[in-house]
Design a protein. Structure first.
Lengths: 283, 217
């Protein structure tokens, strides 16, 4: 499976504040990579670096095997982007947006755009700034899905959507990768969304990647165990992904439950639990 | 590039109509109360009013976050700056034509032909080009939050530079008169103003591209 996006060892600091440390992960074709982390963990900075909005201090980013997206402007035809706000020109109507994007993208698909606009129940004569947050996010998603992009980068795109709109958007995203040619990097706080559609999980905390794994493998091999300090010493350190101290006991995420000592019984895991444990874990 | 220009147009085209109306009314009032002594002010004001919406384009883009989003579209940063400068320049041309129409109609209605229309309009055009030349680099440095103060400062700067270089323009014009060029001497001042304005505008464009290429979002 070829990687549509390859991020290798990227680092970024703003003054003395280190925001990304040696971040590496890939987005293979046919995959939906859930990019998870708390606010300020480094997700948006990673997005901005990949899209060439912000420079990186170290490392490489390859999109469709090319480095430096700003030198390969035509590559952007194949990338659909949705930020955490619509970020579309506020005074334009949906109809005017269609006219503008028809001129900007060689591959703009007007039929697909209006089909999505209709299925998302968006009013074509209303200006972008008159749309609700949910509607403007759906419009942004419709734009991203209407120029035959191969890579979608969605930064909190499902936030602010009502449950049925979210369902609709998630269905579109699942459809997008179905033929195995496209891929999605999806950052979200909504674990149920990630749980539902992601094929890979990348968890970032304080600018460092703590987990980078296929979702199926996580749910097959990973486990959370609640153990005391003595039991903790019995666990092979190599399989400890994260641990959290609750005072009287530790909650530990391990990468291979088969390697746990017999006396330690793993708990069933959920996306929510993994996410909270990784976010609150200590070194 | 045409997509970027069209976005700018859609963002402010309603304001253009409104400001054109205001320019016509303001010019009418100035002529009514001040007569031909207001020529330069009428010219500057009418062009300046119609370019105000063009200055608002980058403010609207910044406030809606489109300045960030546009970088994800298949355009490069140089194109974005180019579209801002070209759109502003086109509105300056529109303002100059409107100004010419105002003077022409005033001449017809009042039966008092206005002398040196070209010179008066070039004077106004020069101020407005300088305004744009000052505004854009400042905007790219300070961002949308300071857009209004940038615009006001740029207009003030444009007027200040224009009046403080009047002596220099007059001197250059005298030099050209003595050089016996085969051009109507009454055109020297407008030509110098126009050339000087365009050169400053071009220099400003290259400075803006330099700033914008390094800008982080």
């Amino acid at each position: 499976m070829a990687n549509l996006l390859e991020i290798k060892n990227i680092g970024k600091s703003f003054g003395d504040k280190v925001v990304l440390k040696d971040v590496s992960f890939n987005v293979p074709s046919g995959s939906i990579v859930g990019f998870i982390g708390d606010n300020g963990a480094g997700k948006s900075t990673t997005f901005k670096i990949v899209l060439g909005l912000t420079s990186k201090d170290t490392g490489t980013v390859k999109i469709f095997d090319e480095e430096d997206i700003n030198k390969h402007v035509k590559l952007k035809e194949r990338i659909g982007v949705v930020f955490d706000a619509a970020n579309l020109p506020a005074h334009l109507t949906i109809k005017q947006l269609n006219t503008v994007f028809k001129k900007m993208f060689d591959s703009w698909d007007q039929t697909k755009f209006y089909q999505l606009v209709q299925s998302f129940s968006l009013p074509i004569d209303k200006k972008v700034n008159k749309l609700s947050r949910g509607m403007s996010m759906k419009l942004s998603a419709a734009v991203a899905l209407s120029h035959h992009a191969k890579l979608l980068m969605l930064d909190e795109a499902t936030g602010g959507l009502d449950p049925s709109s979210r369902e609709e958007l998630l269905d579109e995203l699942s459809e997008f990768v179905r033929d195995g040619k496209g891929a999605i990097l999806l950052s979200s706080h909504i674990m149920s969304d990630v749980d539902r559609i992601a094929s890979h999980l990348v968890f970032i905390k304080n600018g460092e990647i703590l987990l980078n794994e296929e979702k199926n493998k996580v749910f097959k091999s990973y486990a959370i165990v609640d153990i005391d300090e003595k039991q903790l010493t019995l666990i092979n350190k190599d399989i400890v992904v994260a641990k959290r101290n609750y005072g009287s006991y530790f909650s530990v995420l391990v990468s291979d439950k088969e390697e746990l000592p017999n006396k330690i019984m793993p708990k069933p895991i959920s996306m929510e639990e993994i996410s909270v444990l990784l976010a609150r874990s200590e070194k | 590039m045409s997509g970027l220009l069209l976005t700018s147009y859609y963002l402010v085209y309603r304001s253009f109509f409104a400001y054109t109306g205001i320019a016509l009314i303001a010019s009418g009032l100035l002529f009514y109360f001040g007569g031909t002594s207001m020529n330069r002010l009428v010219s500057m004001l009418s062009i300046l009013l119609v370019v105000m919406p063009a200055l608002d384009v980058i403010k609207y883009e910044g406030k809606s976050g489109y300045d960030k989003y546009v970088l994800t579209l298949p355009v490069n940063r140089r194109h974005i700056v180019q579209s801002h400068y070209l759109f502003y320049f086109l509105t300056v041309i529109y303002g100059a034509l409107l100004s010419y129409a105002i003077f022409y109609i005033y001449g017809l209605v009042s039966n008092t032909p206005v002398d040196g229309i070209l010179q008066i309009i070039n004077f106004g055009t020069f101020i407005v080009l300088l305004t744009g030349a000052i505004n854009y680099p400042l905007y790219y440095i300070f961002g949308p939050e300071k857009a209004d103060s940038n615009a006001i400062g740029s207009v003030g700067g444009g007027i200040f530079v224009t009046f403080s270089t009047q002596g220099l323009i007059a001197y250059l014009s005298e030099q050209l008169v003595s050089s016996n060029l085969n051009i109507d001497p009454s055109l020297y001042v407008p030509i110098i103003y126009m050339l000087f304005g365009l050169i400053v505008y071009m220099i400003s464009f290259f400075i803006s591209v330099f700033i914008y290429l390094k800008k982080e979002f």
